[in-house]
Write a protein that binds this ligand. Structure first.
Ligand code: ZN
Length: 307
């Protein structure tokens, strides 16, 4: 299912009381991440063991959350319960401590100034969720103004920001990014044999063996298939539903889930995402593949050092 992995990460961060105060949600497909409402509801949900966050651990960093999450403990990190008064108010659209800031044309500074006023009062429920949609469309002034609120977070206020493009680096650096994968649609036309071949090579890539592009192959299609492969492998590892997936891909995904550790699987996913970003920035495909192999090799080296 879309966003499964991102939801698990959010659940873990919030339910262990270590959610960052300013979260940036992005989607690897380039669309707006659709998890902002889920995240807000989760933060406001009154069911569970919420403890305000004090440290600054990067809980969304690759390899971190799942070191502590295994299938036996999954139940401890549930999503919004949907039954408590907070969840019910949220669903009815009248939770007093939920603030949604959005403007199709881009949020202006006036709205952020008004928000500052809203934040001055104490939240009724003890915590507050502020969603800022499409920060990348905000004016520079508005971003700078928002920066101030985000920089001095009140213990009870959580910012959830979405973006589809660049924003001021100063603002961005204050937000902890959670990259979501909501686009579950398989890539371009692929037949079973091609897919099985891509998946096998994806597994070799994960083992750190050199993989090169064959004639006429497009790296973006290969990366899409690998992303699907490793997402399925992770889901299998957590015994979660993988949704619709090609059987040729699923067979190899099961092998990957058996042969690789969870941090390793997450590391490979991260390397795939980085390669996709490089490719979008017009990087050379062969170099991108080489870089990816180096990154996976480095992660293995760190893992063997116990990092
Ligand atoms: Zn609830």
């Amino acid at each position: 299912m879309p966003y499964d992995l991102a939801k698990s990460r959010l659940n873990y961060a919030v339910r262990t009381g270590r959610a960052p105060h300013a979260i940036l949600l992005t989607d690897s497909s380039g669309a707006e991440c659709g998890l902002w409402a889920y995240a807000a509801k989760l933060i406001l949900c009154e069911d569970g063991r919420f403890i305000p966050h004090t440290g600054h651990e990067n809980l969304f960093e690759v390899n971190r959350p799942y070191n502590h999450v295994n299938s036996a403990q999954d139940g401890d990190y549930s999503g919004p319960c949907g039954a408590c008064p907070a969840c019910r108010r949220f669903e009815a659209g009248n939770h007093a401590d939920f603030i949604l800031v959005e403007d199709e044309k881009g949020i202006k500074i006036d709205r952020i100034r008004a928000l500052e006023g809203e934040l001055a009062s104490k939240p009724l429920s003890g915590r507050r969720a502020v969603v800022i949609r499409r920060a990348d469309l905000m004016t520079r002034e508005a971003q700078n103004a928002l920066l101030k609120s985000v920089e001095e977070p009140l213990g009870h206020t959580f910012f959830i920001v979405t973006a589809q493009g660049a924003m001021l680096p100063t603002l961005r650096s204050r937000l902890m990014e959670l990259r979501c994968a909501g686009d579950e649609a398989p890539g371009a036309m692929r037949d079973g044999d091609t897919l099985a071949d891509w998946a096998k090579r994806g597994m070799r890539m994960g083992r750190g063996e050199p993989v090169s592009l064959e004639k006429g192959e497009k790296l973006d299609q290969l990366l899409d298939a690998w992303e699907e492969l490793y997402r399925a492998a992770l889901m299998a590892r957590f015994r979660l539903e993988t949704g619709q997936i090609d059987p040729a891909l699923m067979k190899i995904a099961r092998d990957c889930s058996k042969n690789f550790t969870i941090p390793k699987l997450l590391g490979i996913m991260e390397a795939i995402h980085q390669a996709k970003r490089r490719l979008k920035g017009n990087a050379n495909p062969t170099l991108t593949l080489d870089f990816m192999a180096a990154r996976i090799g480095l992660a293995d080296a760190n893992a063997s050092k116990g990092l």
